[in-house]
Design a protein around this ligand. Structure first.
Ligand SMILES: [Fe+2]
Length: 508
């Protein structure tokens, strides 16, 4: 409603004379006046013009004033209606008031009285409209606040979900994931305890795999009733929430609220995650998990399931890759019956030396793996050079010298195993810098490559070759010692001497 309508009035009366006098009077006072001789005409005007106030007679043909007032009320309840009648009755008065008529003038109406009434009504109407606007404003603000609250809650929720996703994107082991479920679950749903059970078909039971507190005997808490309950949850594939006193399952007395969320991997039941809130001393209020908590926990379970699946997939690919590379080495060694198992033996010797030198578990793993693959680059060398029984020409030897770099390249192309790749590349470097392919010396050569180099030479000398029988132990030891400081790292040679008896091959 705008102010333009403030000075626009509509007068409805079936007496032409009254309309004329009223129109003239109000127009002279600056009002815009519309007239109608019955209710129907009046409505047409109201529908097309913004009217500020309507004066109407009651008794009129077609549609009387009271019907008109009723109609106006349904069209626009802010449009004030003033009724004028020559025959006031109580019944009419009540009806008019019910229909939102704001004033009641008795005919014959004095024009000044009409104007006074109009001014008062317009003032009141102004206040009424202002009130409406104010109320709308308040409602708008309330709506805005509720939208804002909703938005904030949504942002919170997204932050939580995002955090869960991020946490599960850095899981390195399945075991790490179980523990993460427990840790994140505790934080997100504010539980007192979270357990991860695996559904063991073999044991026909749920095995606790991770828990908030390992000192608790979580298995003991798992009554037979609970086991059946877990099976039901898994079968229904829906999370379940139970609160104290509902007596559905045998919950321990101190548990206030308990939830079970199924974990499925590739549509197969994998286990359940449970969370509970326990009674706290001095707190009367019963704390319960909410639907939102269930939602978060289900999300955690889903993310955990996909992370576990990814790891399984990755481990599978990793294993396949290992097998493929080992198969390459086996094929390579099969070309020369004398080098059969050479890589495995080198790997074993290097492992023993590495262990004696105090290498970490990780380094020993790297050493074993690199030992197996150290000569894989020889697959790129022709048989007539690789298997040549006699002395190699310089040109042929140059070809042979390419194998460490080719091997490192093969492993490097898989995008894995940087350290293994380094060892493979440098297993023919000499401690004094006269080796190949890069002529590194001393500490420039990776420690594990220096270890592997001794193992490699040791196995080559201590096993039969096409062109010679294996050497005597004393001779091998003397050659290795003789090369200490030139071909080999003296520290590695010293340690090697302490284990040589253990690794010397049994005659076969
Ligand atoms: Fe080699």
């Amino acid at each position: 409603m705008t102010d333009n309508s403030k000075n626009t009035i509509l007068v409805v009366d079936d007496e032409e004379g009254i309309l004329e006098i009223t129109q003239e009077y109000f127009e002279r006072r600056g009002y815009e006046v519309y007239t109608a001789s019955n209710g129907i005409e009046a409505i047409k005007i109201i529908e097309s013009v913004k009217i500020g106030c309507c004066f109407t007679d009651i008794n009129m043909p077609e549609m009387d004033g009271l019907e008109l007032a009723e109609h106006i009320r349904s069209l626009d309840n802010t449009l004030p209606v003033i009724v004028m009648t020559g025959y006031p009755s109580l019944e009419n008065t009540i009806r008019t008031l019910k229909n939102g008529v704001v004033d009641y003038l008795v005919k014959p109406v004095n024009l000044e009285q009409m104007e006074l009434s109009l001014r008062r009504i317009m003032r009141e109407r102004g206040l009424f409209v202002e009130n409406l606007i104010l109320r709308e404003e308040i409602e708008r603000k309330a709506r805005l606040k509720s939208l804002n609250d909703e938005l904030l809650a949504r942002v919170d929720e997204l932050n939580v979900l995002n955090r869960i996703m991020e946490d599960f994107s850095f899981s390195d082991s399945t075991y790490g994931i179980f523990n993460k479920v427990v840790k994140i679950g505790m934080e997100v749903v504010k539980a007192d305890k979270v357990n991860f059970y695996i559904n063991s078909e073999q044991e026909m039971s749920f095995v606790p795999i991770a828990s908030t507190n390992y000192h608790d005997n979580i298995a003991e808490e798992l009554s037979l009733e609970l086991r059946d309950f877990f099976l039901d949850v898994i079968a229904d594939d829906k999370p379940c929430l139970i609160s104290k006193n509902c007596g559905a399952v045998g919950l321990a007395e101190h548990i206030q609220s308990f939830m079970v969320v199924p974990v499925k991997i590739r549509e197969k039941p994998f286990g359940v995650v449970t969370a509970c809130i326990v009674d706290k001393a001095n707190i009367d209020k019963i704390n319960r998990f909410t639907e939102k908590d269930i939602y978060y926990m289900s999300f955690i379970a889903r993310k955990a399931a996909s992370a576990i699946e990814n790891i399984a997939l990755y481990e599978n690919i990793y294993d396949n890759l290992f097998s493929t590379l080992y198969a390459f080495v086996a094929a390579l060694e099969a070309r020369d019956s004398y080098t059969r198992k050479h890589s495995t033996r080198v790997s074993e010797v290097a492992y023993v030396v590495g262990k004696a030198m105090g290498c970490s578990e990780e380094e020993l793993d790297i050493l074993s793996f690199a030992g197996q693959l150290h000569d894989i680059g020889k697959i790129g060398i022709r048989d007539d050079i690789l298997l040549k029984p006699g002395r190699l020409t310089d040109e042929e030897f140059e070809k042979i010298k390419e194998h460490p770099a080719i091997g490192a390249d093969i492993v490097g192309k898989l995008g894995l195993w940087d350290r293994e790749q380094e060892i493979i590349r440098h297993h023919h470097e000499f401690f004094d810098g006269r080796g190949y392919p890069d002529g590194l010396k001393g500490d420039e050569i990776p420690k594990l490559a220096r270890i592997l180099s001794v193992g490699d030479a040791f196995d080559a000398m201590s096993s039969d070759r096409a062109y010679r029988k294996k050497m005597e132990k004393a001779k091998v030891i003397s050659i290795i010692q003789g090369c200490s400081g030139t071909q080999f790292d003296p520290e590695v040679v010293d340690v090697f001497m302490t284990i040589v008896d253990d690794v010397w091959p049994h005659d076969s």
